[in-house]
Design a protein around this ligand. Structure first.
Ligand SMILES: Nc1ncnc2c1ncn2[C@@H]1O[C@H](COP(=O)(O)OP(=O)(O)OP(=O)(O)O)[C@@H](O)[C@H]1O
Ligand SMILES: [Mg+2]
Length: 572
């Protein structure tokens, strides 16, 4: 169970973000000191107006100190203004940094991490949790620092006037601490609940938007609407309860403040009546006390709000601390121009403990071969090829490329040598050209057209009014399943990789296009290794080998005929 307060480690992590902007942070601290000094001197001027001006009937002292008051107030407001400007400057920089760090980290996470999370809930982290962290660091953290400075300075000066007053003011700090202790656990737990509910709500919203077609066609919109409505109401209810607790905590702090004011004024008034204190000092002390209470209450409220934001902050830091399961080893090597020899050595793989998808696979696929992969749905064909791309690591055994363990090859480099056409095609919200290029900017247009021609999609693209510049994807022109697949094929062909993986890549194409694409792929595959997963055996007529995935095993056949013969023998 995590602690319910900030740990030193968490505070250091926040300071690290601020440290990067040391110049602004130093300015901020200087302004805080400046503003503290004005706060300390202002009551002294009031004291002088009373004691040296009014009491001694000295007009010039009154005028001189009044001028000082005006100057100090202007200075104080000036400092406040600067403080706001610098805070927003730091805020904007820190904000972009944290959000970018979180986004970059998410991009590095392994597929396994994503398969357990809803897209909406991850977005909720990037948006809501990062907001909470950034707000806390740039406002609450800095203001808490300011409050600490001011409170320390005020208590010291009260000490200078009278240690009894100082002790009286110090008395309230433990009372505030006690109130904080009372509310600490509740607000933390409720803050955590709100964050979790918000995350679930976002996940739910994203799912209902992404799955709108299925929802509408199955006429389940009403029940989905009810579910979303229920989640919204539930989240709002928890928020309301949290706000009530927060308001209660804040009201308690205000009550303590009023009580302390009464005590200070009462004691001060008594001291004046007894002739032990001048009227001016009483005014100065009450001014200090006023400020003291204001800043302690402010600090108290900040601490309560920090406590509410703690679960969000913790989730961000926890996520940033989670290492990707699949990452480069320190001594990982680059691999230039691989031959494409792939070796599976006693490879076992499972997504969940005990449920093997592949068990003791021993397999050698040499370069320049066209390998057909067959097997019933859910047997592990896609999982098999994902292992080659190192989206997952085997639970035991090894996989080698050109004799080098995949774990020892730089992931980016390994994936550069593998072109993959997935079962599900992802089209970016960008032009067709950009969708084929996928950020490989310096490839000449002729190559893009060459790839599109191989994928049998060039004629379709040029028939569009804006040709290769037509925007497709979420907010662009709609594409048919087959057209999307063809763009994905062009994308993979353009990579000119040593290993090409086609995972039911031609399943959405009409018979004519399918033949044309397969012939072209065969043409360009001369010196490559092709893995082609398909449920359509006729597509594998020119395969050099067939791998059949079944019951966690991979059986090898020398040709399609041999595999067909095996199927016939088992059927009869
Ligand atoms: N991310 C995942 N987490 C847990 N289990 C998974 C995951 N992905 C796939 N599986 C399981 O692994 C098994 C193999 O899945 P895989 O996608 O490799 O099958 P496939 O042979 O490609 O099937 P299909 O022909 O339907 O595409 C399935 O039983 C599936 O439930
Ligand atoms: Mg599959």
């Amino acid at each position: 169970m995590k602690e319910r307060s900030f740990t030193l480690n968490e505070i250091l992590k926040m300071v690290k973000y601020l440290k990067v902007h040391s110049k602004e942070t130093v300015y901020s601290i200087l302004i805080i000191i400046g503003s503290t000094v004005t706060m300390v001197f202002l009551p002294l001027a009031y004291k002088n107006i009373v004691d040296r001006g009014i009491m001694q009937r000295n007009l010039s002292n009154i005028a001189y100190n009044l001028l000082l008051v005006v100057l100090l107030i202007l200075l104080k407001e000036g400092f406040n203004l600067f403080q706001t400007i610098i805070s927003s400057d730091i805020r904007q920089k820190v904000f972009s940094e944290i959000r970018f760090d979180v986004y970059r980290h998410l991009q590095e996470m392994s597929l396994n991490f994503y398969s357990k999370k809803q897209t909406g809930s991850l977005i909720s982290r990037i948006v809501n949790d990062v907001d909470a962290l950034e707000h806390l660091m740039t406002e609450k953290f800095v203001f808490l620092l300011r409050d600490f400075f001011i409170v320390s300075a005020i208590i010291s000066i009260i000490f200078f006037f009278s240690y009894k007053f100082a002790l009286l003011s110090l008395l309230f700090i433990p009372i505030f601490a006690l109130v904080f202790r009372t509310f600490k656990k509740t607000v933390y737990n409720m803050g955590k609940k709100v964050v979790e509910k918000q995350e679930n709500l976002m996940g739910n919203l994203q799912e209902t938007i992404a799955g709108v077609e299925t929802i509408q066609s199955y006429d389940t919109s009403k029940s989905k609407l009810k579910e979303v409505n229920h989640r919204i109401a539930d989240t709002e209810k928890t928020k309301k309860l949290l706000y009530i607790r927060r308001a209660l905590a804040q009201s308690s702090s205000v009550s303590i403040s009023i009580f302390s004011m009464v005590l200070l004024w009462g004691y001060g008034g008594y001291e004046v009546l007894e002739g032990r204190l001048s009227m001016g000092v009483l005014i100065a002390i009450s001014y200090y006390a006023n400020n003291l209470i204001e800043y302690i209450t402010d600090a108290f409220n900040i601490i309560i709000n920090m406590q509410i934001a703690l679960p969000s902050v913790r989730r961000i830091f926890d996520m940033l601390d989670t290492e990707p399961e699949i990452k480069d080893r320190e001594n990982a090597v680059e691999l230039y121009n691989p031959k494409g020899d792939i070796l599976f050595e006693n490879t076992c793989f499972s997504y969940e403990k005990g449920r093997y998808i592949l068990k003791d696979v021993n397999l050698s696929c040499s370069a320049n071969t066209f390998i057909g992969i067959v097997g019933e749905s859910g047997q592990g064909k896609t999982s098999f090829v994902k292992l080659i791309q190192r989206f997952y690591d085997p639970v035991s055994g090894n996989i080698f490329l050109d004799g080098i363990n995949l774990k020892n090859i730089k992931i980016e480099c390994l994936r550069r040598h593998i072109a993959m056409i997935n079962q599900e095609t992802f089209i970016f919200n960008a032009s067709i050209k950009e969708n084929i290029l996928v950020s490989r900017g310096n490839i000449p247009m002729e190559r893009v057209i060459w790839a599109a021609k191989i994928a049998d999609v060039h004629d379709f693209i040029i028939s569009l009014p804006e040709g290769y510049d037509t925007i497709v994807g979420e907010r662009g022109m709609g594409l048919s399943g087959g057209q999307k697949k063809k763009i994905a094929i062009a994308r993979a062909v353009l990579l000119d990789s040593k290993i090409i993986i086609l995972d039911e890549a031609t399943a959405d194409l009409d018979e004519f296009s399918e033949k044309s694409v397969l012939n072209c792929i065969k043409e360009i595959s001369k010196d490559k290794v092709i893995f082609m997963i398909t449920h359509k055996l006729s597509n594998l007529s020119f395969a050099d080998r067939i791998l059949a995935v079944s019951n966690s095993k991979i059986l090898e056949y020398k040709s399609l005929q041999e595999y067909r013969a095996f199927l016939e023998s088992t059927a009869s």
